[in-house]
Design a protein around this ligand. Sequence first.
Ligand code: IPE
Ligand code: IPE
Ligand code: MG
Length: 248
Amino acid sequence: MSFSPPGNAVVEKLDPLRIPRHVAVIMDGNGRWARRRLLNRVRGHEAGAETVRHIVRASREVGIGYLTLYAFSTENWQRPTAEVSALMALLERFLKGEEAQLMENNIRLRAVGQIHRLPAGVQSVLERVTAATGANDGMNLILALSYGGRDELVAMAKNLAREAVAGRIAPEAIDADAVAAHLGTAGIPDPDLLIRTSGEMRISNFLLWQIAYAEIFFTDTLWPDFSREEFLSILGAYQRRERRFGRV
Ligand code: IPE
Ligand code: IPE
Ligand code: MG
């Protein structure tokens, strides 16, 4: 399989049988992108939303089953109110603007994180678009919103403890499958590939349990500059890695 963006040479040959089932992305660097241009950070987030559109499309085209995008962390609430409000407004606009595209491309939208903390307007459009796209089966687009891996693990522990106290599960019966089934990502396969842009080499509280055996790629590219070509080249590099899962 090869992909040639209009007017360009073939950028990467991918093995259609080894496309990662689930790709997770820490979309970082919007603020720095804006600062370098002497723009407000919010302009960086707007440019980043454009990148989201390209990467969603590319993912759908190559046959990725699940694309999870880290859009807002539990820690991001501590940013200045003006930036948080601008991000929430942008998110609402993005969801409203993308609904038709998601339907047209048979993409199902899902969300993980503390959805109840999001502004009412965002919650209502999220509800509408997740319901409208609920039967789409071309690709799952999962937005991590007010998401934190530790928060998700704490909630899982509370729920399992409640079920144990209520006598619905024996403590001895709690295994890795039971844990996974009590996370926000229940039913979603673990990421095969994790990408972080902007040169930071950290996880920042993303999918702590789920990335146990993900292949990790860091790139210095700032999210608004992250292109379809670079994405495809990371998919190619992923295919050249040998995944061993602890075996020989
Ligand atoms: C990522 O870009 C977007 C969010 C975290 C919402 P940043 O806003 O973190 O950009 P930098 O890291 O400051 O450049
Ligand atoms: C991680 O980026 C969160 C998202 C991309 C939504 P941050 O910019 O918030 O992470 P740190 O602060 O660099 O760790
Ligand atoms: Mg950042």
